[in-house]
Write a protein of this length. Structure first.
Length: 319
């Protein structure tokens, strides 16, 4: 049976949702084992078991929390010598990218990055990778084992499969040579708002909003719906809103129940980051805008009039 590893990223002692997304795909590809390193690894094992991991390799050495990438690469390389998996899945996040790259270099293997899907084919694996701003999709085959693939967040929907995992303590010696880049300080952005990537409703604004002074209209609608506000690359590049709000190929990928695109034309660079949304609503003056073709509901008109009216209607409905 094909053996698939999932690198279960932890942050602040908490299992990241991206790990559960990867678990959903991994279950369809073979027998799944997960690797969780750092504070909270043992607690995470129970969750990973419910999502299909048969074995979870854990080590709670604080070196995995305090030092960047190299201790985790040490642990994975050591485990690889014992287990030799067929496929290792990482989330396409800053921390996991660092680890995957170092691991690949140590094993003398390649990395397929920014994948939107992974399938088994002819005894190996093929990853689907977007290019040309998401307008095209390349099929990239891993020519050796283990195949190492970095997958974009929100590419898969997490789902529990039931079961429990066997927890195995991963013994690894972390040398001083792997303790070179130390994390000195962590700064968490204080906010009571819903995180964009976790929101069930996302309202994103584009150039059709007219300027940064009109983005509070989207904030008001998001607050009424219990959602979060995103933006297109064009308005981020123009300095209207911070990069943390950008949705798209070079921003965040989202998968909400409802995505409302306001004044966004629908360039592929943007849609690759939100096309997995369950329901897409577009508000645009241009009835022929590309976003209208992929929307479940299109509203043609002035966003600066429609959005306040919609906010008032939502508040009235909620009483």
């Amino acid at each position: 049976m094909t053996k698939v590893w999932v690198y279960a990223e932890l942050s602040g002692g908490k299992l990241q949702t991206t790990a559960l997304e990867l678990m959903a795909k991994a279950r369809a590809l073979g027998d799944v084992e997960a690797v969780a390193l750092g504070t909270g690894a043992k607690a995470a094992a129970a969750i990973l078991g419910k999502h299909g991991a048969k074995v979870v390799h854990v080590n709670e050495d604080k070196a995995f929390d305090d030092f960047i990438a190299e201790p985790a690469a040490d642990a994975l390389a050591a485990l690889h010598q014992q287990e030799e998996p067929d496929l290792i899945l990482f989330a396409f996040t800053p921390d996991s990218r660092d680890i995957a790259g170092r691991l690949a270099a140590r094993l003398g293997k390649g990395v397929i990055s920014n994948a939107g899907d992974v399938t088994a084919a002819d005894g190996g694996f093929v990853a689907k990778v977007p290019y040309f701003g998401g307008a095209k999709m390349a099929s990239m085959r891993a020519n050796s084992k283990p195949a190492i693939v970095l997958v974009r967040p929100k590419s898969f929907e997490p789902s529990e499969s039931g079961g429990t995992a066997e927890v195995k303590e991963l013994a690894v010696s972390i040398g001083d040579g792997s303790k070179r880049a130390k994390i000195i300080e962590r700064v968490a952005e204080a906010s009571e708002k819903v995180k964009l990537e976790d929101a069930k409703v996302v309202i994103s604004g584009g150039r059709g909003m007219g300027g940064p002074d009109n983005f509070p209209l989207l904030e008001a609608l998001a607050n009424a719906l219990g959602g979060a506000v995103g933006a297109s690359r064009a308005v981020v590049d123009a300095g209207w809103v911070p990069y943390s709000m950008q949705v798209g190929q070079t921003g965040k990928s989202v998968r909400p129940g409802v995505y409302i695109a306001v004044g966004i034309s629908g360039a592929m660079q943007h849609t690759v980051g939100m096309k997995a949304s369950k329901v897409i609503i577009a508000i645009n003056k241009d009835a022929e805008a590309p976003i209208m073709k992929m929307a479940d509901l299109g509203v043609v008109g002035d966003a600066l009039k429609i959005v306040p009216a919609l906010t008032a209607a939502v508040k009235a409905k909620k009483g």
